[in-house]
Write a protein that binds this ligand. Structure first.
Ligand code: PEP
Ligand code: MN
Length: 332
């Protein structure tokens, strides 16, 4: 049973009220709802609960993603570091590219490098990535510059070997709907960044995370990367409503990938700033020292100067004085 509340402040009182009647309830997300896992709630209790002015709605469902919305233990956050940006090339095209990018990220204060190894492209004719070799280059470059690395792990035969090299594994948007793949990755016991499917509903996204946690992933990070809408000119539509949604429904982090939504480099920084202003824990962006020569997603890659400018914006957006007075701090 899922009980929505008018405010997280009401949760302790309503929870105590239920506990006194022998019914266990756990808070959901950041606390504005409770989930009751007891299969049977006496109808008198239910009626009294519904009459409580703080109770907005009560939904009966036996299929809630419990591990995601109301985990039993504490949730360990991933530390993104001083700059809430995860950056790197769409694909790790060469060892040199990995090292050149890692050196820049280090200089900019970014702690996490990204980069595709086995690329899951929409077209089978597009560049498919260098696979395990690319994961080795990514790890080597990350270690050499004191960074942590994240990359998509696909359904290929080398999935386990590639995952072994990564600090965090990523589920690509095209794989979010594959329960067996999610279970396979969850069993690896590493934190997982879960991209939202190309047109996944919020509920499908939560259930995908449930598969990962049920299989053994120690934590998940949701990553909004744009969904399909009717807009004819943009690649995808970035759903920033996903940020407060995930934060109110789950205690897990949400990152936003503006690059794959934008499809075009001038759109990336404005969307990234909007995502951080909306409260995303980090943004994941694609960059390349020479975007025009990138083997994949060239149009949306930021060059290094544009990435440095975004880092400056991000530092301002997360600075305490910005939150105290956004208008003034933003104008600096
Ligand atoms: C990626 O981040 O490398 C990627 C392919 O993104 P998505 O799965 O969101 O399309
Ligand atoms: Mn890409």
């Amino acid at each position: 049973m899922f009980v929505s509340l008018a405010s997280p402040d009401e949760a302790p009182r309503v929870r105590d009220w239920l506990v006194r009647r022998g019914i266990a309830a756990r808070p959901v997300g950041r606390g504005a709802a409770l989930v009751i896992t007891d299969p049977w709630v006496p109808s008198a209790v239910r009626l009294d609960l519904a009459a409580d002015p703080a109770v907005l709605s009560i939904e009966d469902t036996t299929e809630l993603p419990h591990r995601v919305i109301a985990p039993e233990g504490p949730v360990e956050p991933l530390d993104v570091g001083p700059v809430p940006i995860v950056a790197g090339p769409c694909a790790v095209e060469s060892r040199d590219l990995a090292f050149e990018t890692a050196a820049l990220l280090r200089e900019l204060g970014i702690r996490w490098i990204r980069g595709g190894t086995e690329k899951t492209r929409t077209s089978p004719h597009a560049f498919q990535g260098h696979g395990r070799r690319a994961a080795e280059w990514l790890k080597e470059a990350a270690e050499a510059h004191g960074l942590l690395c994240v990359s998509e792990v696909t359904e290929g035969p080398e999935a386990e070997a590639i995952a072994e090299l990564l600090d965090v594994i990523q589920v690509g948007a095209r794989h979010m709907h594959s329960p067996r793949h999610l279970q396979r990755l969850g069993r690896l016991g590493k934190p997982v960044v879960l991209k939202r499917g190309l047109s996944a509903s919020p509920e499908e996204w939560l259930f995908a995370a449930e598969y990962l946690l049920q299989a053994g992933a120690p934590t998940v990070v949701f990553c909004e990367r744009g969904i399909r809408t009717a807009h004819p000119l943009k690649r995808f539509t970035l759903d920033l409503g996903a940020v407060p949604f995930i934060q109110s429904m789950t205690p897990y982090a949400i990152w936003v990938d503006p690059s794959h939504a934008a499809g075009s480099s001038p759109y990336v920084a404005p969307l990234a700033r909007a995502a951080l202003a909306a409260g995303a824990e980090a943004v994941m962006v694609e960059c390349h020292p020479d975007p025009a020569r990138a083997c994949s997603d060239a149009l949306q890659a930021l060059d290094f100067a544009a990435l440095a400018a975004l880092v400056a914006d991000a530092r301002r957006l997360v600075a305490p004085e910005f939150h105290a007075n956004p208008t003034k701090a933003g104008a600096k």
